[in-house]
Design a protein around this ligand. Structure first.
Ligand code: CTP
Length: 401
């Protein structure tokens, strides 16, 4: 069931940590490759040796020991799923506030995969408005927060706050993440990301502020769902996702992006143009650095190919095409016009006037319009959660209920 899946299990300081042994056993039995990370507090509740023996891997806890440094982002970047069970009130609070004083928190902050938490604490702590605010802010950035159960608590009291049983956690992650995780198995997906750079001379270029993060998140989620992804990315400082099912091609100019897309497109089932392609490029590229002379310098620009329109013309009935519409204002009419003109199945509207949305940050606020006239409007979310919403909208269009 979990064959070939890389799971990172975070264990935090809660009495429910004793259940982690059973959870590891079930995950291993289901075929997962489990890497356990314990917070320092967790080790007061269960021995690392127990979890190392059951998981068949050394257990990590700190970013560095006396003679060893663990790459604090590797585990999060390579995992298929990060599960934190039990998740204490303390760790949830740190996650919600971006604190990073142990390896588990560094792994969470660098995770390129779905993150699931199974909270465990006493009822008063669970119901406290501060804890609930942390839970909401984690959900807002796409963390999947499992429900808590009612029953005997560590305090001796009864109430809400018990961690779900290991078998319930296993079935929740399987239903929510592993089974949907195979929905795009074998599909060939092209994702473009980042800006293009149009040279003016050997030292200067025209570009835009795209970070590539939205396209990277899409590539990662498509790969997670079983697709074979060809990611074509423009120059950006954001780290490209690493996954065995993601093949990465770097491009610089709109012309190089067009060439790559037109070559890959006939083989693809799904294409998402998340790249911010320059609409114009200098008509002539000076072979030498342009010297400063007059008070004014005129650059003649010519239109680049509208790659998405071209793909729309070439689209076959079995192919699905998704575009983005970046607009100064939230104007669905502009997005719908692009959907129609470019022969798309789905368009994602990004408005520059929404705080937290758009190019550079980690969050985005989108609306999705499909060719059948459905509209979906979403709150501000982490770009990974946004990528999920886009892919779910595509799946609904591909397989109407
Ligand atoms: N796009 C493209 N090739 C271009 C320009 C844009 O493939 N030369 C794609 C983008 O990747 C995006 C969609 O077209 O998926 C819409 O891009 P956007 O910049 O919003 O719109 P444009 O069509 O360029 O129109 P305008 O800039 O006038 O809004």
């Amino acid at each position: 069931m979990l064959q070939g899946r890389k799971l990172v299990l975070g264990v935090t300081g809660s009495i429910a940590a004793y259940k982690s042994a059973e959870l590891v056993r079930l995950l291993i039995k289901a075929g997962a490759d489990v890497q356990v990370i314990m917070t320092p507090g967790a080790q007061q509740f269960i021995s690392p040796l127990t979890l190392a023996t059951l998981s068949r891997h050394p257990v990590y806890s700190t970013i560095a020991t006396e003679d060893e440094w663990h790459n604090h982002v590797r585990l999060g970047r390579e995992a298929d799923l990060l599960l934190i069970a039990p998740a204490s009130a303390h760790t949830l609070a740190k996650m919600a506030n971006g604190l990073c004083d142990n390896l588990l928190l560094a792994t969470y902050l660098s995770a390129c995969c779905p993150v699931v938490v199974a909270p465990a604490m006493d009822e008063e702590m669970w119901l406290h408005p501060t804890t609930q605010a942390h839970i909401h802010s984690l959900m807002r950035v796409g963390v999947d927060v499992l429900e808590v159960a009612q029953g005997d608590l560590a305090s001796g009291l009864q109430g809400w706050g018990r961690m779900l049983e290991p078998s319930e956690i296993l079935s929740a992650i399987t239903q929510r993440w592993i089974q949907p995780g195979n929905q795009l198995k074998g599909k060939k997906v092209l994702v473009t990301a980042g800006p293009t750079r149009e040279p003016i001379d050997p030292v200067r270029y025209i570009s835009n502020h795209s970070s590539g993060k939205m396209g990277f998140a899409l590539a990662k989620v498509f790969a997670w769902m079983g697709a074979e992804v060809h990611l074509v990315a423009g120059p950006t400082s954001a780290p490209a996702p690493q996954h065995p099912r993601i093949r990465l091609t770097h491009i610089e100019t709109a012309a190089q992006l067009a060439e790559a897309c037109l070559k890959i497109f006939p083989e693809t089932d799904i294409t998402v143009m998340a790249a911010a392609v320059a609409d114009y490029r200098p008509q002539q590229v000076s072979p030498r650095k342009i010297k400063k002379q007059e008070d004014h310098l005129q650059l003649n620009l010519e239109k680049t190919m509208d790659i998405l329109s071209e793909l729309g013309k070439r689209k076959q009935p079995h192919q699905w095409l998704i575009g983005f519409a970046l607009e100064s204002q939230h104007d669905p009419a502009l997005a719908l016009e692009k959907l129609r003109q470019k022969n798309l199945d789905l368009i994602v509207l990004n408005s520059l006037d929404e705080p937290g949305a758009g190019f550079a940050g980690d969050t985005n606020k989108i609306s999705i319009f499909d060719r059948l006239g459905h509209q979906m409007h979403f709150p501000l979310k982490h770009k990974h959660a946004v990528a999920h919403d886009i892919i779910q909208a595509l799946l609904q269009l591909m397989h109407p209920a």
